[in-house]
Design a protein around this ligand. Structure first.
Ligand SMILES: Nc1ncnc2c1ncn2[C@@H]1O[C@H](COP(=O)(O)OP(=O)(O)O)[C@@H](O)[C@H]1O
Ligand SMILES: [Mg+2]
Length: 398
């Protein structure tokens, strides 16, 4: 079904469930596929015909050596942040297409990101870079109302807290710092409004918006994503797209994907953050193809190899993902999955933490126990179909 690419080798960083679609599509494109992961039992390693390297995706020197050894023609990762720094180092050493090391920092370190966006005049909330208690107190004194404290270089909502009550500032700071690899914490104004993400693809310096996604989260205090739907139902989609493109330019993304998170405040859209990578939570692997027909993963692989991608939409539908509601306990039983899969428009039901596993409330994205994905004629229908599937699946947690 794919137009094949002959005699080329792509390296994919990561072999977890997140990267599995990239590994499978690369193989279906006829490529030699080299996959790197520190976990020898990672699911992506079970794809037949690939070359495996048991190396951490953030071990830059070892990954660069492996890239040289395999004489790769392109390198990519899917939906994870820190390996982007490895992608940039490999692209530089092997003279391949990929983001620069500077862009890799500006898209994985929230304080460097905020700085770059501010310099370029892209709308952002008021923020402070904090490295010690003195800077923390100075930042907090400049805040009016609620604010966020978050680690500069983490992801998946880990270490993030909204602070309404100043007596918890110290605890929130320690919590954020415990997830910060470089010790930097960001204190920023809390933006109020609906949240979206913008999926883009750049090729030779031109950034194209593929889809805008509405997001729902658990809200305060942890803001873990609980659902996404496409296309966005907001009225100001054009101004959202403009801000996302400006943010891409500000951090220097010229080739490849980006996932830009935006909150639409009373003053207009402002950037939460952006990654020079495909969106996770099945947004780019499942929702974008279901709503537009565009295969962003294939495009990402083609761009990494220097080929022009086909980004023209072939569909105008709605798509949605919704995560299970859950509470602390042990999963006793899950019934109704087959019945849910029979419902109209339901494309997937996935159980991440199943029967016998101990689960918690949702505090970060890895704690979510499962999800359903649906397609509909528009976003409303896709969301309704997800909700119906969730109601059909009976989960008992004791
Ligand atoms: N300044 C802010 N104002 C309001 N909500 C925010 C702000 N910063 C983060 N959030 C919320 O927290 C979530 C996670 O924050 P984010 O900066 O994207 O970190 P992560 O890298 O963990 O995804 C966002 O998707 C958003 O819902
Ligand atoms: Mg985020």
């Amino acid at each position: 079904m794919y137009k094949k690419i002959i005699n080329k080798t792509i390296m994919i960083l990561g072999a977890s469930i997140l990267q599995l679609p990239a590994i499978e599509i690369a193989r279906d494109l006829g490529l030699n596929v080299v996959v790197l992961d520190m976990n020898p039992n990672a699911i992506g390693f079970s794809v037949p015909g690939i070359s495996k390297e048991i190396i951490s995706t953030i071990d830059i020197p070892a990954a660069v050596e492996a890239a040289k050894k395999h004489h790769i023609d392109g390198v990519m990762t899917l939906a994870t942040d820190m390996p982007m720094r490895t992608v940039a180092a490999i692209a530089k050493t092997c003279q391949l297409i990929g983001v620069s090391e500077d862009t890799a920092i500006k898209t994985t370190d929230k304080s460097a990101m905020r700085e770059a966006l501010k310099m370029a005049g892209v709308p952002i909330p008021k923020y402070f870079r904090v490295t010690d208690i003195g800077e923390l107190n100075a930042a907090v004194n400049c805040m009016v109302g609620s604010f966020m404290i978050k680690p500069s270089d983490s992801s998946g909502s880990r270490g993030i807290l909204k602070v309404d009550d100043r007596t918890v500032v110290q605890d929130a700071y320690e919590y954020a710092r415990s997830y910060s690899k470089n010790g930097i914490v960001v204190v920023e104004e809390c933006m109020i409004g609906p949240e979206v993400s913008v999926e883009t693809m750049a090729f030779e310096g031109k950034v194209q918006v593929i889809q805008v996604t509405d997001k729902t989260t658990t809200g305060a205090p942890h803001f873990v994503e609980m659902g996404h739907s496409q296309p966005s139902r907001l009225k100001c989609v054009e101004s959202i797209k403009e801000v996302a493109i400006a943010a891409n330019k500000a951090v220097g993304i010229e080739n490849g994907p980006s996932h830009t998170e935006i909150i639409v405040t009373e003053e207009g859209p402002k950037i939460v953050e952006l990654g020079a990578r495909l969106g996770g939570d099945c947004i780019t692997t499942h929702l974008v193809p279901l709503s537009t027909g565009v295969n962003m993963v294939e495009s990402c692989i083609r761009i990494a190899l220097g080929e022009q991608p086909d980004l023209s939409p072939t569909l105008q539908c709605g798509s949605a993902i919704r995560y299970f509601k859950q509470h602390r306990g042990i999963v006793k039983s899950i019934d109704g999955v087959d019945a849910a899969l029979q419902l109209q428009g339901i494309k997937q039901v996935s159980i991440v933490h199943g029967v016998g596993e101990t689960i918690t409330e949702v505090t970060d994205s890895s704690s979510r126990m499962g999800f359903v994905i649906a397609q509909g004629k528009d976003a409303n229908e896709a969301v309704e179909r997800c909700e119906l599937a969730l109601d059909t699946i009976k989960v008992e947690i004791l």
